[in-house]
Write a protein that binds this ligand. Structure first.
Ligand code: S3P
Length: 174
């Protein structure tokens, strides 16, 4: 972390791992602001992520995501930040993340597909065979999550309360 940036707590992991729900609860418990980079992008652009992907393509979304990540990480108020699952795709993002306390919410493909398969999601990258897509994304990203994270929390078969408690405990001393 550079001297000018706050000690943020950042959550990474695949879609459906619980970054937003866990992040909101952890932020409440710590009395810190909660920031969800996907929501920042949607509010700023005035369109959903699905619409951004459809209108401008994934690269354009990734540019916005990188810009927002850099901005929220350089904010001076220590916050809890939930990122989009694909944020680790770019090396520059990984470098920025590595300077903060990063928690990887790790889940098996079974857990994620059970959570994501029902209901049409706002997530364009899961169109089609959800399980297949998740397996591919997990292959591409697993090493990156591992590299940027200071802590890994397994979320399978656990309640939200339980995961929140572990995130608070494991990040306390770091
Ligand atoms: C994406 C994850 C989504 C969102 C976008 C792309 C990804 O965020 O950023 O649909 O590439 O994994 P969540 O991980 O919050 O669902």
């Amino acid at each position: 972390m550079t001297d000018s940036t706050a000690d943020h707590l950042v959550l990474v992991g695949l879609m459906g791992s619980g970054k937003s729900s866990v992040g909101r609860r952890v932020a409440d418990a710590l009395g810190r602001p909660f920031v969800d980079t996907d929501l920042v992008i949607e509010r700023r652009v005035g369109r959903s992520i699905r619409e951004i992907f459809a209108d401008e393509g994934e690269e354009s979304f990734r540019d916005m995501e990188s810009a927002v990540l850099s901005e929220v990480l350089s904010a001076s108020t220590a916050s809890v930040i939930a990122t989009g699952g694909g944020v680790v795709g770019r090396e520059r993002n990984r470098d920025l993340l590595s300077a903060h306390r990063v928690v990887w919410l790790r889940a098996t493909i079974d857990t994620l597909s059970t959570r994501l398969v029902s209901g049409r999601s706002r997530r364009p990258l899961l169109d089609g065979d959800v399980r297949r897509r998740l397996i591919d994304l997990d292959d591409q990203r697993r090493d990156h999550y591992h590299a940027v994270a200071s802590v890994t929390v397994d979320v399978d078969d656990r309640s939200l309360d339980d995961v929140v408690r572990e995130v608070l405990t494991v990040t306390e001393s770091r």
